[in-house]
Design a protein around this ligand. Structure first.
Ligand code: ADP
Ligand code: MG
Length: 710
């Protein structure tokens, strides 16, 4: 009976794609960013003087002149109405990790008629009833109101649905006492901190003041499965991951999926995703099959960090929505399927000064000196605050990747590639004053050997890799917002830049190069333990890292504790990124979310085991028992032993199942470790029963179906 559902699902997938006609979508460059109120729109819809003021706010970070708010609101409304929008929303990013929106119609009744209205105040502030967002005690319910404040540095955009459209205004979300209730506010604060510190450091190198741009290109991994299967997996529906499922004989070991030719159905999905993203001005650029079966990746061109973070939130939303239209489900969970790769979000990060990427080695001694200084500062920052970087990527889902011998490990280390590691080595050896030793490098005099970009990194096991002109932080999980990790990264690099500036500012011009070299040597000596160019998955590395004193926080619980350590609080407070209360609130919110997620997983596992698996196994056992008595009645000897063995194995499985369920039920009254351990035991039993029970009687779609039939 249950198998009929499974087979129906398989057949439905097959039916769906029989002889579908192909229609090539014409490329339409005009539609790029057509749903974004960008600078072109500003020039078109605003008067020259208002436009100039608004652009000054956006590009130079000048405070917004309240006098222009009404004009800007009017222009945006006009633009949005022309595109069919009837509603607007302040779009924000609460601590749940997703985005939030509450729509208001432009409509305003006037007597018997109505007009469409949108004021400067509507644009600048909103007051969502925020009492149900997690705030970790920052906003006790009697002062429940939080407010949203327009972020003019991320352009307004239009979200379309089947029969309408909504104007979305990116906003920050704060309490009335000014505390950040969201993920965007700390990010913006950290960007400002890094911008100031970068300017200070560049001044030490005699450069005139320029604009600092932090850049991010987040690569997004995801799984796609057919909706027919999804709907028959209550674990996926409720938690985004399978809590049961035996690994099929063939999964990813033949390495035939990675970069393989993309199936038609998936390509059609990807094409529509890209069309949607391009309309939103999101430069989706790369698409490919990933390592695991049914796993894929989308990478945009890098953009300014705040915008890139907003865009990544939209990418995740568009992936889910378009999948739905294609009869697919996009799984953004970090570990939807056991036994095969999980999904991450590679966070490609860099800093530009004017139009120069500071992580580009460049080709003269002066530029090389800047590059090596920036690189050394980042080495110092990552070593000093590896624990905070780890804490910035915690979550029940990501624990399955980071803590579980998977890409990348929970130990934060840095990969520089052989050439650059060699350069760092030479830099450490080089004495700036004495004459040259072989293989030593003198700052300000030597040029770097060319670092071929391709060779810099194919080490996929490193959580923090230099990849030619940027750092790639690979630990963030596929479902996570980019804001958290980049907030930490910006802040710790700002601190390291400042520490370097303090030294350099005291140097006379004549002693600058020698002083700089000495400082960089000091950094390298003190922090080179964080550099590791080997295989990060091995036990040998775990041991070696321990010897080096590098932290290894395997679970969210372990990792989050560091958020309240005084030295960490001190640096985040110093740079105005989080105050102590904001940090404590995050600690509380993330910990609670972690526990809730695990409890939900435990409860759904128990429910599935009791109400779906156990009845199927009992029925199977009944059949086997009947077969056994039939065999015994015939007094045949051949076969009877086998029938008996099968019945016995099923009976034992049923007993184990019962025992494991009772244990999980008990564990659900306790701590998360107990729940996780009981779930692992239960899974062991269920997954071996999956291989014992007749295929036609197994009630849940199997991995070999979900991952291979689409
Ligand atoms: P990979 O080999 O890891 O796939 P790619 O060269 O394709 O590397 O780049 C991955 C991502 O890094 C892309 O989103 C790309 O735009 C981004 N990227 C490239 N340069 C920078 C930079 N200077 N700052 C931030 N991200 C960058
Ligand atoms: Mg990459």
């Amino acid at each position: 009976m249950s198998n009929q559902n499974r087979m129906k699902a398989v057949n439905a997938v097959a039916e769906l794609h029989r002889g579908k006609p192909m229609a090539a979508a014409p490329v339409n460059l005009d539609s790029y960013a057509e749903d974004v109120f960008n600078t072109d729109c500003m020039r078109e819809y605003l008067s020259k003087s208002v436009c100039k003021k608004l652009l000054a706010t956006i590009t130079k970070g000048e405070a917004l002149d309240p006098a222009i708010a009404d004009d800007v609101a009017h222009a945006i409304k006009h633009w949005a109405l022309e595109r069919g929008a009837t509603h607007y929303t302040h779009w924000f990013q609460p601590l749940t990790g997703s985005t939030a929106e509450k729509h208001d119609a432009f409509l305003e009744p006037e007597g018997a008629k109505a007009i469409m209205s949108f004021s400067g105040k509507n644009l600048i502030v909103g007051e969502p009833d925020a009492s149900s967002f997690p705030s970790g005690g920052l906003r006790s319910t009697f002062e429940a109101r939080g407010y949203t404040a327009w972020d003019p540095t991320s352009p307004a955009f239009i979200k379309r649905h089947e029969n309408g459209a909504t104007l979305c205004i990116p906003t920050a979300f704060c309490s009335y006492t000014g505390e950040a209730l969201d993920k965007k506010t700390p990010l913006l604060r950290s960007m400002q901190a890094l911008s100031i510190s970068t300017k200070r450091l560049m001044k030490c190198f005699g450069l005139p003041e320029e604009r600092v741009t932090i850049t991010l290109g987040p690569e997004q991994e995801y799984f796609l499965i057919d909706k027919h299967f999804y709907l028959q997996r209550p674990d996926l529906v409720q938690t985004g991951r399978t809590v049961f499922g035996a690994t099929p004989p063939k999964h990813q070991q033949l390495e035939d999926h990675y970069f393989g030719s993309i199936k038609g159905r998936i390509l059609a999905f990807m094409t529509e995703v890209e069309q949607e993203l391009w309309k939103l001005g999101i430069p989706a650029k790369t698409r490919h099959n990933e390592v695991a079966p049914a796993q894929f990746e989308l990478a945009p061109m890098f953009e300014e960090l705040n915008l890139a973070c907003d865009h990544n939130m939209l990418v995740m939303e568009v992936l889910r929505q378009v999948a739905d239209r294609h009869g697919l489900v996009c799984l953004l969970h970090e570990k939807p399927f056991a036994g095969i790769n999980g999904s991450g979000k590679h966070n490609n990060w860099s800093v530009s000064y004017g139009n120069k990427n500071l992580l580009n080695p460049g080709n003269d001694p002066h530029q090389n000196a800047i590059f090596l200084s920036v690189l050394s500062a980042i080495i110092e920052a990552v070593d000093l605050h590896a624990d905070m970087l780890r804490a910035s990527v915690t979550g029940a889902g990501n624990d399955h990747r980071l803590g579980a011998n998977e890409a990348p490990p929970a130990i934060i280390s840095m990969y520089l590639g052989d050439q650059l590691a060699d350069v760092i080595d030479q830099l450490e050896k080089g004495t700036p004053t004495s004459s040259r030793q072989p293989g030593a490098m003198k700052i300000g005099a030597d040029t770097l050997p060319p670092l071929p970009r391709d060779a810099t990194d194919r080490n996929r096991t490193s959580p923090f890799a230099f990849t030619g002109n940027k750092f790639e932080f690979r630990a963030p999980g596929s479902s996570q917002s980019c804001s958290g990790p980049n907030t930490i990264l910006n802040t710790i690099v700002a601190e390291a830049f400042d520490r370097m500036s303090e030294v350099l500012e005291k140097l006379k011009k004549s002693e600058f190069n020698a002083g700089l070299q000495k400082h960089l040597q000091g950094i390298i000596k003190a922090h080179k333990r964080i550099i590791f160019n080997g295989d990060g998955y091995t036990d040998a590395w775990t041991k070696e890292a321990k010897k080096r004193g590098l932290p290894n926080a395997k679970t969210t619980m372990d990792a989050l504790r560091c958020l309240t350590k005084p030295e960490n609080v001190a640096v985040l407070e110093k740079y105005g990124v989080y105050n102590q209360r904001e940090l404590e609130s995050r600690f509380e919110v993330f910990l609670e979310e972690y526990h809730r997620r695990i409890r939900i997983e435990g409860e759904i596992a128990l429910e599935i085991a009791n109400s779906i698996i156990a009845p199927a196994v009992a029925a199977e056992y009944g059949k086997a028992a009947n077969a056994l008595s039939a065999a015994q009645a015939t007094k045949l000897t051949a076969g009877a032993g086998t029938v008996k063995a099968t019945a016995t194995a099923l009976g034992k499985g049923l007993d184990d199942l019962n025992k494991n369920c009772a244990a999980l039920k008990k564990a659900l009254g306790g701590m998360h470790e107990e729940i996780l351990a009981a779930m692992t035991d239960l899974r062991g039993t269920v997954d071996s029963l999956e291989q014992l029970v007749a295929d036609e009687s197994w009630p849940l779609p199997k991995y070999r179906e979900m991952l291979f039939i689409y």
